[in-house]
Write a protein that binds this ligand. Sequence first.
Ligand SMILES: NC(=O)c1ccc[n+]([C@@H]2O[C@H](COP(=O)([O-])OP(=O)(O)OC[C@H]3O[C@@H](n4cnc5c(N)ncnc54)[C@H](O)[C@@H]3O)[C@@H](O)[C@H]2O)c1
Length: 359
Amino acid sequence: MIELFAEIDAAVRIGLPERARRPIGIIGAGAIVDVAHLPAYRKAGLEVVAITDLDPAKAADLARRHGIETVSDSAAAMLGDPRIEVIDIAVTAGAQPGLALAAIESGRPVLAQKPFAPDVSTGQRVVTLAAEHGVPIAVNQQLRFDEGIAAARRMVELGWIGEITAMSIMVDIRTDFFGGWPWMRELDRVEITYHSIHYHDVIRWFLGEPSTVFCAAGRLPEQAGRGETRTISTYLYDSGVRAIVHANHDNTHGDNSATFRIDGTAGAIRGTLGLLYDYPHGRPDTLELHSTELATDGWLPYPITGRWIPDAFAGPMCSLLSHLADGTPLRSSGADNLGTLRLIEALYTSIDEARAVHL
Ligand SMILES: NC(=O)c1ccc[n+]([C@@H]2O[C@H](COP(=O)([O-])OP(=O)(O)OC[C@H]3O[C@@H](n4cnc5c(N)ncnc54)[C@H](O)[C@@H]3O)[C@@H](O)[C@H]2O)c1
């Protein structure tokens, strides 16, 4: 039975042929670049040649600690550097579209952190400009490359659980949004935009666009910021499939939990998102399969060796570089991500108007 898993392992492995490597410039020297992008890129053997940040001391610190040759004076200076072929953007979300537009105008392919735009029309403007210039834009929805999630997706593709009937992602953790990211204090929209956007994107990846969604949001009375810190979203599909995302960031009781489950007509897959048990270090995911197709005789564990941080973070950049090298389709393109932005907009409309929203 275990030999069947070789096919899953081959499908989820993140790698890149030597000839596909290109010099990368990173705009943004914040926490996520430090703990996730740079360690992942080093592990994958990618070539980061320059970094820049509005705060030059942060860029210099990361350059020194991660062995990056050049600290560019500004994003404009980076885009004027002919050595740099690919731009990786990971800054405060509001600043991302302007930087993406400038990078595209310079003819550079772009990987932008999520959310790559604050609304669908701005996202559409970025995607349209990229198409006009003939340069790819990818979005860093790296949960699509997380080993447990990617393995589950491949098991579904292989028909091991039959047709999906339901999917759930249930997260109870403590995230200090307003202490960790002080710029979030002024935002009206937090949890979905900055965290569970990953879950909503993954549900779209597995199930496509829902016909109707409903979302309820909550927050703590004494919290430092305005935005929501817990959400419950439900999805209805015309086929009868149902999905739910529950994300609570106010669990101060130490019993973090982050689970997902996919039910099908011939089995089920269940797992945990290891990262969220001890962010940002975490542990590998767990994944188990129960299949009448394979006759697993109960829950069969699939061995996961990678982590969401850093390993999954190599995925979006390797996908972009592979696309540039040989046209391999992007796993998370800007055009596809407009669907995730649309979905998120619908969820916020549902919260604001306390009603189901038809897409
Ligand atoms: N799992 C994930 O995918 C994940 C996790 C955390 C953060 N993020 C995203 O990554 C981005 C950065 O998050 P972070 O945690 O590093 O935040 P952070 O606050 O630690 O760092 C943001 C950095 O961006 C810099 N910056 C802002 N505007 C800039 C500009 N115009 N030019 C150059 N630098 C600029 C700031 O000076 C700061 O150093 C956000 O968009 C966030 O949503 C993604």
